[in-house]
Ligand binder design. Sequence first.
Ligand code: PEP
Ligand code: MN
Length: 671
Amino acid sequence: MATHKIAIQGVAGAFHDIAARRYFGATKGDTVEIVECETFDQVCEAVTNNTATAGMMAIENTIAGSILPNYALLQTYNLSVIGETYVRIQHNLLALPGQTIPDIHTVQAHPMALLQCRDFFAKYPHIHVEEAFDTAGIAKKIRNENLSGLAAIAGYLAADLYKLDTLAEGLESNKQNFTRFLAISRTANHLSREYNKASIGFRVSHTSGSLADALSIFKRNHINLTKIQSIPVIGVPYEYTIHVDMLWEDVSDFEQALREFKPEALELKVYGVYKEGEKNIDLTTKHTISVTEQDPEDPQEVLATAKKHADGEMVVPEWQKWIKPAQKTPKEYLVISGPCSAETEEQVLETARRIAATGKASVYRAGIWKPRTRAGGFEGHGIKALPWLQKAKEETGLMMAVEVATAQHVEDCLKHGIDILWIGARTTGNPFSVQEIADAARGTDVGMMVKNPISPDLELWIGAMERVYRVGINKLIGIHRGFSTHEKSKFRNNPTWAIPMQFRERLPNMPLINDPSHITGKRALLAEVAQKALDIGMNGFIIESHIDPDNAWTDASQQVTPEALRDMLDALVWQPAYGAVTHDDTSKLDTLRSAIDRLDAEFMELLAARMNIVREIGEYKKHNKMDVLQPARWEDIMQKRLAQGGKLGLGDTFVKDLFADIHKESVSIQQ
Ligand code: PEP
Ligand code: MN
């Protein structure tokens, strides 16, 4: 157990702090104390004069490139590199607790951070963007001076240390944003098998080929050069020092290479030998951090925060704000169509052309990776088929939608200009996968659709939508595709209409479309289900279509030709969507009346379903020689219904009379 006093440029909570804790705090029990410095020069000074035990210094970033002045510091100070660590730079928006994005009028951050988050702030024109010297320093200032309305851009550690709320995560557009940090110390590591990396600096004479000759020594000795950087020698124009980082598998190779290299190089300096740092792991993960003077967590506050997240209202734009309605479908409704799977380039293009010709759809769908219940079937062409969709998009102007199940799928789709991704029913049920997909899409402008999970679980469905929403994606749409059930039914997946209706109640502004193809599994039943979806006020459809449905490689029996789709859509009764905002008073009354009609129809069906169960209970009672009348049970029902009615604002007498009538009917059925 040791305490490391680590000098960094900037304040506690900065990415340098994250790097320092990560590297020096990695040994269990070790604690890290930050020595805040204003400049990198002061960091080197602090290490040199023993104010700090070591320092942590950024040396290169995957977006901004090499930090040349810090290479120069390695030359100037007599310090050694003893290690390295890579940190993923995730910019979060931080502000005093209790505020939301609309409360923020100004953000202050380092120009580089602002640049990396430009796309994010373009979405919030009301936020005034101001350049500042130090990103985490602003977080500290907000806390110390209690500044509401001002936000900082910093990592998770700053939020923890300064007790700020994270209003949005991952503001940076490019997620491949990693910084390499060097641990520097007064004392060097001694070369041993423990180390596999070195940083050296040298100059070579100005004769032709001298640099290439010198470097070939490393090649001969199986040393892998991971970085070569020329650094101008200050005060001597056009003279450069060459900085090289290298890796080896066998330490004796490095010793041999160095022996051969020494006579060739001028002014060779080995900055240090060390262990290569881990890359490509999720470096945003928190490590145990010891923060002094932190209040014990207030359980009330923890509960309140948890509740806030659970009830997190998703504010999403109407789909028409980002998808152009189709010419020949009522503009209140979205239609997405295309084949179950992309089979051949010809099939993809021809289907798209014929769908576009109907004027009925805005978006084209095609499966690129196909989830199959059993192995051995056609599982999709994968990335090879994405360019076919790009072509279809260019030719028809339709937006393109593809099902994704992994981070890699997301990346591949984004690279190929796919506009909308959807999470399939088999994936929605797995929060790990949903989170992986969401993280891969974080910070992009892509649209996302989330199908209901296979199991009739509303929470799982909403939870998946929330995961996507919370990475900053608000172009969201839900898809109702039915549920797997044990009972036999005429449908491939039971629609269980109550679930999409509850979905609508919970997320009133979330566009919700119906997938009659995967509900029915049979083209003959499509119209019936599609009509029902319109009747309960869904916002449109995703329906599979194919130029040669019977010979489709997947889901043949449920696909229709684009022309058959057009005819089916034409035969539907397109009600004004329930809850649709209309500014015309007469059509408003019509809208409300048809909403009543739809709800009454639903109510009657529920009553019928209830009476069917009553009948089954009757059989049971008869079989077990029980009385039809069970007063205790009846009293219990009445009490519970009255209580629920009270909560819903229904009058006691009304609820009592209603259930008395229902009870009368139930008893007579059972008798
Ligand atoms: C599909 O849309 O082709 C598909 C596989 O759907 P689901 O996820 O609903 O089964
Ligand atoms: Mn399908």
